[in-house]
Design a protein. Sequence first.
Length: 333
Amino acid sequence: MSVSEDLGPLASHCVVTYKDSFYIFGGTIGCETFALTNFFHQATPPFSQGKISWQPLSTMNVKSVTDPGCIVDENNGLLFVLGGANKQINSTNPGIQVYNFNTQLWNERQFTSQNFIPPELISDGWGPRAVWLQPGVMFVWGSGSTAQISYLLDINFTPWQWTILSNNKNDLDPTKDAAVVAIKGNAFIFGGFQMDDKKISNNLYIYTPNHGFIIPTQFVLPAPFIDGVVGVWNDQLSIIMLDANETIMEVVNFDLKTFKFGKVFAPQPMITNITTTRNRGHGAQFSWSDSVFIYGGTVSKFNDKFLLNQELFLIYRDVREGLIFEKTRAGNQ
C-alpha cells in the first residue's frame, strides 16, 4: 500500500492513538454526497516540514461507519469501534468491531462472538462515548433521540459482561457527542447535544463506582458545547470546545482540586479563519503527551449541506506560557 500525504476532506470519523501513532477510521468524504469511506490509516510522528504521511491499513472483514465511538485498550493492543452508522445499501449497523494491533486483523473469531452491544446505545446510528475506569472496565455513555443510556462493559470476563447504569433517568439529560474523560476511576461527562429539544448542553455529570451519578449543579459549564476535546495535565482538565454555538474552539480549564472552571479563552487570531460556524473533529477526544491532535471535521453549512475540512491539522499544547494552537498543515478552507 502506498503512503499518502493527503487524505482529503473528512468528517464523522474516528481518531485514536496507540503507542506512538495516530489512527483514523471510517467517516465521510466529499461535500455533495457524503460518500462513505472504508479506510483505516496510520501516521507516526515526527512530521517532516509540517506534512503528515499516512499509511493505509487493512479494512478486510470490517464495516466502515460514520460517527462511531472508539477506544483503545493499551494493555491488550485492541481498538474497539462502538456502533456508528453503516450507510451501505441494505446494511445493518454493526455492534462492536475490534481491531487487533498485534495481529493487524479486524474482528477475529474470539471477538465476533462477543460483538453484542445494547441496541439502545446505537439506535440512532451514533456511537457512544467510552472511557476506561480501570483495566478492562469500560464506562459507556450514549443516548437515543430522547433516552439517556449508560453502561459498564467488563471485558475481563468471557463472555463480556454488560451492566446498565442509567436508563432514561429523569435527572440526566440525553446528550450525544458529550466530552467524556476518566479521572482516577471516575467518569466526567461535559456538555453534548440534546436531541429532544435540539439544544447544546452545558451540564456536568460525574459517575463514581461508589456513589453512582453526581450532578454538581454549582459547577455548570461556562458555555454549552458539543464535540469537545479533553486533556488532563497536572490536576487541571482542559477542554477545547469545538462547537460552542457560534464561537469555535474556545478553551476552558477545570481545576480538579477545587472543581472550579477558569476563564474561557477565545480562539487565537491565527485560527479564527479555520471555520465559520462548526468544527466537528468527531472522536478526537484524547491527549497525546502534552498535545491534542485534531483532524478534519465539518466546516460550515451551505445550502443545507455540510462542507468538510480539507486536511486540517492542529496541535494544542498546555504549557506555562499559555495556550498555544499550532497549525501544522491546512489545505483549502
